[in-house]
Design a protein around this ligand. Sequence first.
Ligand code: HSE
Length: 327
Amino acid sequence: MIPTNKRKVRVQVPASTANLGPGFDTLGMALNLYAWIEMSEAEETRFTLYGDQMQGVPTDKSNLLYEVAKLVFERAGLAAPELEIAIYSDIPLTRGLGSSASAIVGALAAANALIGGRFTNEELFQFATELEKHPDNVGASLFGGIVVAFWDGLRAEYIRVEPHEDLEVLVAIPHFQLATEKARGVLPREQSLENAVFNVGHSSVLVAAFCTGRLDMISRAMKDALHQPYRAPLVPGLSAILEEATDNGALGVALSGAGPTILALVDRGSDRKAELEAFMQGKLRSEGIESTMLWLQPDKAGVQVQEVPAGEAEASLLEVARGASRV
Ligand code: HSE
């Protein structure tokens, strides 16, 4: 056993999609696109950021990973040590695929492993929700699968639902960034009772469809009145894709989180996948927006933590990440 302060841990944490249409701030699903984080105590705090996604990310103690790790030590009643942190990520930043939630969950899990796993995942879920202010992305990255959750400002509650075997995911990732604050800023502070009832109904039926395997119901249930209509002007092409994707091979379609990524749920056995991909990419292109299309699977495992054997080569995080990378 390596002494506590010499241990290095490695975490693999999935991306996530939030809302799934009507479940604004309450539904999330983990996706098999990952970030990898290594963390160990050190003489001096140091960061190694691998990959294109990391441009502009701070390399001092204002780095989110460091701040979150520090919180874990402090909540355990320990002084935060200097930390050596390395990260490689395939999750694009500010595109609606939960990159900040995965960083929060990854740093919580890594720091918690360094202090011997004092906190349960349930406790990490509370910390993560407090930091992110909504439980949908963090819940999915932490627990994997589909997470149905709420936060009352004090406590978050969730139930994890196993994704149906036939569910596959197509994402169109536009080549522009959309800050979550901006996409939340356009939402009205007050909503009509009619819209509230619309979303409660659609979200409830969508969750029931996931729980009972009623994939045929997804096209009718995956509709939203609370956020997508207001965000549509920020993502040219979104309205047409939301209206027409189910006629072009999707089981259901939604803005992924705060956008700009657009997500379609697809039946794995569908013979219309190429048609759907061309439709979504074509609609965005007709608005002058290029996009990267990715076929993804629901991640069922959530965050994974392992101890890095003493003496393993420095470059191994990159090797591990590249070996498992799907982009
Ligand atoms: N539920 C959040 C939103 C996800 O739609 O704003 C983005 O963080």
